[in-house]
Design a protein around this ligand. Structure first.
Ligand code: AP5
Ligand code: MG
Length: 215
């Protein structure tokens, strides 16, 4: 199964993708995570992407589509893919069709997380992750069970994203509205879009996604 999780910054794409990975052994393909790893490793892609990401703008279509192709090639053909934060433009949506087709894959579902943008700034500015295993947390909505200790791996190191400040978040949202939301009709004409209430409790969102996948 290959699915796209679509939604603005803070909609819960990463949170829900991690849960699908745990439950179904699928692979999360987050272009944001791939780019952050490239920035950290100071690869040529990372050097090109760093400033763009800090401004909250979009990295070039060619770069992200190449990253997605490489990740898919590193996966077994039986492993399902969850696309998180990709595609984000019409050009990326078109590229994804080619990338999947060349590998004998096709899209099963596009799940749109329907959210109220006003609530997202709070979600994003309160977010942090385990520096060791990447598990996501939130100051208010999902704290570690033992303060300062990761539930999943026991690490005591956590980190916050440099683009998780209010000003950059506003730019990221504007980019979503201008360039990403307009790709939905492409998938609507194929009859594979499902809308899920992303403002519901995290577990309810997971249940709703499970229902879509089972349908
Ligand atoms: P990316 O990393 O993809 O960031 P984003 O799209 O802005 O989305 P986020 O990761 O901020 O949000 P999310 O939906 O994953 O929310 P999360 O689950 O963490 O991209 C970053 C940058 O990289 C881009 O700006 C761009 O520069 C570049 N880039 C990446 N992909 C690209 C591409 N394809 N093309 C071009 N450039 C690209 O949830 C947020 C918080 O809310 C968490 O703390 C969570 O605990 C909490 N939360 C989640 N769900 C709920 C809930 N139901 N109730 C309460 N709290 C919740
Ligand atoms: Mg994310």
């Amino acid at each position: 199964m290959n699915i796209i999780l679509l939604g603005p910054p803070g909609a819960g794409k990463g949170t829900q993708a991690q849960r699908l990975v745990e439950r179904h052994g699928m692979r999360q393909l987050s272009t944001g995570d791939m780019l952050r790893a490239a920035v950290k490793a100071a690869t040529p892609v990372g050097l090109q992407a760093k400033a763009v990401m800090e401004r909250g703008e979009l990295v070039s279509d060619e770069i992200v589509s190449a990253l997605i192709g490489e990740e898919l090639d590193a996966m077994g053909p039986e492993t399902g893919a969850i696309f998180d934060g990709y595609p984000r433009t019409a050009a990326q949506a078109e590229a994804l069709d080619g990338i999947l087709g060349q590998r004998g894959r096709s899209l099963d579902h596009v799940i749109e997380l329907d959210v109220n943008e006003d609530a997202l700034v709070e979600r994003i500015t309160g977010r942090f992750t385990c520096a060791n295993c990447g598990k996501g947390y939130h100051d208010k909505f999902e704290q570690p069970k033992v303060a300062g200790v990761c539930d999943k791996c026991g690490s005591t190191e956590f980190k916050r994203r440099p683009d998780d400040n209010e000003e950059t978040v506003r730019t990221r949202m504007a980019e979503y509205r201008a360039k990403t939301a307009p790709i939905l009709p492409i998938y609507e004409t194929r009859g594979i879009v499902s809308r899920v209430d992303g403002m519901a409790d995290m577990d309810q969102v997971t249940d709703a996604i499970e229902q879509v996948i089972a349908s």
